[in-house]
Design a protein. Structure first.
Length: 231
């Protein structure tokens, strides 16, 4: 029996409870406990699932694993000591995750809506209108030219919305910063995530199942595993 299975049973948790909290399918959780690599989608998903499962149970996996992973032996996992005061029940953890997810989605949608308003067609600039005649013997000193030279809304942020049609792994950089950290994150079927910035880069483990909409346009599947957008 692997340490993952032992820790789960010690806590009295079922695979269904862990699946609901981590959004990993029950079959994949069972494969992790049995070390059945053939039942998992691929090495990238295997490493991501193993890290997520181990983190939920409070055990650690090695920081780096070889790219050509051929085994999911969890014997190398070193249990992490966690103060008892930090331990919470699965239900409380699920409620906290749901609350944080709701707050993030609310913030993301507000940012996306604001960015879409910025990209609506703007009315003709007022500086292009002819200035009314001024009773002055001297010409007006370079007021209009300097106003016309001012750039109008340069480097406005753009909004990118991602929707998964199946479970996919994505890595996102917003303005050069990893959005979900170095390991990226997983999106389940029908899940969406929004990003706002002047430079957005997305890498997907399954481009065909990753739909992208930029600035309110129609969703379209990614044409490559990695793509970058600039405002």
């Amino acid at each position: 029996m692997t340490p993952l299975a032992e820790e789960r049973r010690r806590r009295g948790l079922s695979l269904e409870q862990i699946s609901a909290a981590t959004r990993i399918r029950v079959a994949h959780l069972a494969a992790l406990e049995e070390g059945d690599l053939g039942a998992l989608p691929g090495p990238v998903y295997a490493r991501g699932y193993a890290r997520t499962y181990a983190a939920y149970l409070g055990v650690e996996v090695p920081a780096e694993e070889p790219a050509s992973i051929t085994s999911l032996s969890i014997d190398r996992v070193v249990p992490r000591r966690i103060p008892r005061l930090v331990m919470t029940g699965p239900l409380l953890g699920g409620l906290v995750l749901a609350l944080l997810s709701g707050l993030f989605l609310l913030y993301a949608w507000r940012e996306i809506d604001s960015a879409r308003q910025d990209f609506l067609p703007a009315a003709a600039p007022r500086t292009a209108l002819a200035a009314p005649p001024i009773a002055s013997p001297m010409p007006l000193p370079s007021i209009l030219p300097s106003a016309a030279a001012t750039p109008a809304a340069s480097t406005r942020p753009m909004a990118v919305l991602v929707r998964a049609t199946d479970q996919v792994w994505i890595y996102v950089e917003v303005d050069g910063n990893p959005y979900y950290g170095a390991d990226g994150t997983f999106l389940g079927p029908g899940e969406e995530a929004g990003f706002v910035g002047t430079s957005i880069k997305i890498r997907s483990g399954r481009p065909a199942a990753t739909l992208v909409s930029t600035d309110g346009r129609d969703f379209a599947a990614m044409s490559a595993t990695s793509k970058e957008w600039h405002a």
